[in-house]
Ligand binder design. Structure first.
Ligand code: FAD
Length: 329
């Protein structure tokens, strides 16, 4: 095991013993707040800086029926609060949060739950994206997406992961849909076994580029979700070579990650959407962060690297990158 990997794993083991205040402060640039109200305030400020945004209510993997219903209600409330006429705002949802178990367990119940959210979104003229979770939920997530598309819901998209060897076939599979799918392409954040996933960063990057090209040539709308500058430059060149209309692709980043890069891209006229997760620190955000770190200790390096090159920050960092000032309104 490499030294960096060992250090990351040790830090993750020590996290539960760190004072809560320190962990909270370290995590706060990546969180949009503890309540929907806080998240919407932050979203409005980012929007004034020309960022688009996706709201995500933190939490996942629950076997509590009442909790699933509560989450459905929360997403409906978010949709009510988003301005109807505003195409720059949408929501993202983890299907495990509303009942999807491993190997597709509970698929029927999830379909009922998510249909309520998608119907509400349709009424409000809003778009809903399903996050892609661990590989054991991947097929069910795609099937639920296809079922709802078959039912006529067009305000719907999914995410695909470039580390999965099967993503190429998944793209072929959904390419038959008309209108063409709207897919967020990301590298993938879970830790699937090598038999189904690329592990080498160069292989993942190569597959990302391949999938991106496959989807754009097939007429998909693509959310290019990465902070990897090499891939971002590649995507810009590809979009320019293909003379893609602006609305057929956008860049997407996580709140707090590489704000300088995000701001520069907006300033250069690219459409960029920030992913804004919110949730109560003790019951939603902290367990979520710890789980992510345990699943993917490499995130420790990301956070430390960003701190070292001062590429982490809240609103001020975005404002500075976009126009050198923080909007007061
Ligand atoms: C908008 C958005 C939505 C996503 N949705 C999903 C999803 O549905 N399913 C899924 O499996 N994954 C999702 N991801 C996560 C994604 O799969 C990657 O794990 C993550 O983006 C890191 O990969 P990267 O392409 O940015 O490249 P990397 O090479 O991993 O990162 C490039 C640089 O970005 C910075 N960085 C990246 N991630 C972080 C982080 N978490 N914290 C701090 N710094 C970071 C670091 O500086 C790093 O050096 C999403 C990512 C984004 C941006």
């Amino acid at each position: 095991m490499e030294l960096e990997e060992r250090v990351n794993k040790s830090v993750v083991k020590l996290l539960p013993f760190c004072p809560d205040g320190i962990v909270h402060r370290a995590a706060s640039p990546y969180l949009a707040g503890e309540t929907l109200e806080e998240a919407l305030q932050l979203a409005a400020a980012l929007q004034r800086m020309r960022f688009m945004f996706t709201i995500d209510c933190l939490g996942e993997e629950s076997d509590n029926v009442d909790q699933w219903r509560q989450v459905v209600k929360e997403y409906c409330t978010i949709l009510e609060q988003l301005r109807e006429e505003d195409p720059a705002s949408n929501i993202s949802i983890k299907l495990s949060h509303i009942g999807l178990g491993k190997e597709g367990l509970g698929k029927r119940v999830v379909l009922d739950h998510v249909r309520q959210v998608v119907m509400k979104a349709e009424l409000r003229g809003k778009f809903v994206r399903f996050d892609m979770e661990d590989h054991e939920r991947k097929d069910a997530t795609i099937q639920i997406y296809q079922q709802l598309r078959k039912e006529g819901f067009m305000n719907l998209g999914i995410a695909l992961q470039a580390y999965l060897r099967s993503s190429i076939e998944d793209v072929e599979d959904i390419a038959a849909l008309e209108p063409k799918p709207n897919v967020r392409l990301c590298k993938g954040i879970y830790n699937p076994p090598e038999r189904i996933a690329y592990k080498n960063p160069d292989d993942i990057r190569r597959n990302f580029a391949l999938l991106l090209s496959q989807m754009l040539h097939a007429g998909f709308t693509v959310g290019i979700a990465t902070h990897d500058e090499a891939l971002i430059e590649h995507a810009k060149d590809l979009a320019s070579d293909l003379r893609l209309p602006q609305e057929s692709y956008e860049f997407q980043m996580l709140l707090g990650v590489r704000p300088n890069l995000a701001g520069q891209m907006v300033q250069n006229g690219y459409r960029l959407r920030l992913y804004l997760p919110y949730g109560n620190w003790a019951t939603q955000a902290k367990p979520y962060c710890f789980r992510r770190f345990r699943e993917n200790p490499a995130m420790v390096s990301h956070v430390l690297h960003n701190l070292l090159r001062k590429e982490v920050g809240g609103m001020e960092a975005y404002a500075e990158a976009v126009n050198g000032r923080y909007p007061s309104r």
